[in-house]
Design a protein around this ligand. Structure first.
Ligand SMILES: NC(=O)c1ccc[n+]([C@@H]2O[C@H](COP(=O)([O-])OP(=O)(O)OC[C@H]3O[C@@H](n4cnc5c(N)ncnc54)[C@H](OP(=O)(O)O)[C@@H]3O)[C@@H](O)[C@H]2O)c1
Length: 399
């Protein structure tokens, strides 16, 4: 299956025409999207350690890893991270040594940096920042994994990791675009699939609204809802993102939430009200959505990224009475969900459907690739500000 046959719109190097074009495109992404202070800070740490061969395809002689050294108070800063340089670990009997090729950056990472009770444990201070990766087996003492094989792993923010294989996923042999296993065919795409179909229960002709509309989850949400015959209205942080949502993803409308007339424009784009609000954001977007909800509306509660950096209750006016009253009189069904609960029952159906939609060009996936492990902290900070345009990935080494 060729990339053209898959019909995927992507900013990733895999679809660009020449390597030099790719390099300049990706370097400009780095320039525009990485927090400059962090870049400087971690660049100097990286120089002090070892960066040889980082993108040249040569194995680095050391394992660079980025650890959490203090918990953020509000938005994360470069002071919360430290880049260490250590010997590359060795695989023991029954283990493999993995080289990280691509690291996925996701909003949940911000939550793990807090010390708080959640659906998953907090990251310990001094621990390597966690994250899903596409990794290559570079040494194997495990019967099921051969040297050179690429796998879906959870290496975190580092060059190398040793695994006993229990946390590794085999990539389908015909997967022409391996990084999709971190995005449209991985956790974010699966979240969209379960959220829309199982919790949103869309019917043809209904109106669905989704924010972070060009992000990893939101872009898939809107496209799946279109396939089910919905009117889809996106909300995104920029005119360029909104244009992409309409022109490339096929949304019926998309509203820039930074515009002063955002609430009015959203109402105008939803003349029949809102039947499904896929909630990933909260804040001002939720405020504008609630008055437009129809009787019997469904609200799959997927995330609340607008509050990701909040440290405590704001102490402002308590608006929960208005919110709850609206949900009562509109008989709204709001349900939170965590995607890890659904792998046992729904992942196979998702893979079948999503792979078919990709192959038929019915779903597109955009990637936003940052080059260099040392840029991961700045890129995560940018994700929380809306700097990313598509699924955010860090290229740690060349495939
Ligand atoms: N429940 C689960 O199991 C599960 C699983 C995966 C993801 N999620 C959630 O799904 C959401 C999207 O995740 P993703 O990986 O697809 O990230 P993403 O959309 O690729 O990136 C995050 C986007 O959020 C938007 N954003 C950030 N702050 C905002 C604010 N204050 N107001 C409005 N928009 C804001 C920005 O887009 P704009 O520039 O367009 O505003 C930003 O690009 C997150 O809330 C995440 O926590 C939940």
């Amino acid at each position: 299956m060729s990339e053209a046959a898959v019909g995927i719109k992507s900013e990733s190097k895999m679809e660009s025409e020449t390597d030099s074009e790719v390099d300049s495109q990706l370097n400009s992404l780095v320039d525009s999207q990485v927090d400059s202070k962090v870049e400087a800070n971690l660049d100097s740490q990286a120089e002090a350690s070892e960066t040889a061969g980082e993108t040249a395809g040569e194995p680095a002689p050391v394992n660079r890893r980025i650890v959490l050294v203090q918990r953020p108070h509000g938005a994360p800063s470069e002071l919360d991270f430290k880049l260490l340089s250590e010997p590359v670990p060795e695989a023991g009997e029954g283990e493999v040594l993995l080289r990280t090729l691509t690291l996925s950056l996701d909003p949940y990472m911000r939550g793990r940096m807090n010390e708080s009770t959640s659906y998953a444990p907090s990251l310990a201070l001094g621990a390597t920042m966690l994250g899903a990766t596409i990794s290559r087996v570079v040494a194997s003492r495990h019967a099921d994994f051969a040297v050179g094989e690429r796998v879906l792993a959870h290496a975190g923010w580092q060059d190398y990791v040793v695994s006993d294989g229990s946390d590794l996923g085999k990539l389908p042999a015909d997967l022409t675009h391996p990084t999709h296993a971190l995005g449209i065919l991985g956790m974010p795409g699966f979240t969209a699939y379960v959220g829309v179909l199982d919790y949103g229960q869309p019917r043809a002709g209904e109106t669905l609204v989704v924010a972070a509309a060009t992000g990893a989850v939101g872009s898939a949400v809107g496209q799946i809802a279109k396939l089910k015959g919905c009117r889809v209205v996106g909300v995104a942080g920029g005119d360029d993102k909104c244009q992409y949502a309409v022109d490339e993803l096929g949304f019926d409308a998309c509203i820039n939430h930074y515009n002063d007339d955002f609430a009015t424009a959203l109402a105008a784009a939803c003349p029949n009200g809102i039947d499904i609000y896929f909630e990933s954001v909260g804040g001002a977007v939720l405020d504008a959505v609630v008055p437009l909800l129809n009787v019997g509306a469904r609200v799959p509660l997927c995330g609340l990224i607008a509050y990701a950096n909040e440290t405590a209750a704001t102490g402002g006016v308590d608006r929960s009475p208005q919110l709850l009253r609206a949900f009562l009189i509109k008989r709204v069904r709001l349900q939170g969900f965590i995607i890890s609960d659904h792998y046992g029952t729904r992942f196979d159906a998702f893979q079948t459907d999503m792979r078919a939609w990709l192959a038929q060009g019915q779903v597109k996936a955009r990637e936003d690739i940052i080059i260099g492990l040392q840029h991961a902290p700045g890129a995560l900070m940018g994700l929380l500000r809306g700097d990313n345009f598509g699924k955010l990935l860090v290229q740690v080494a060349e495939a």
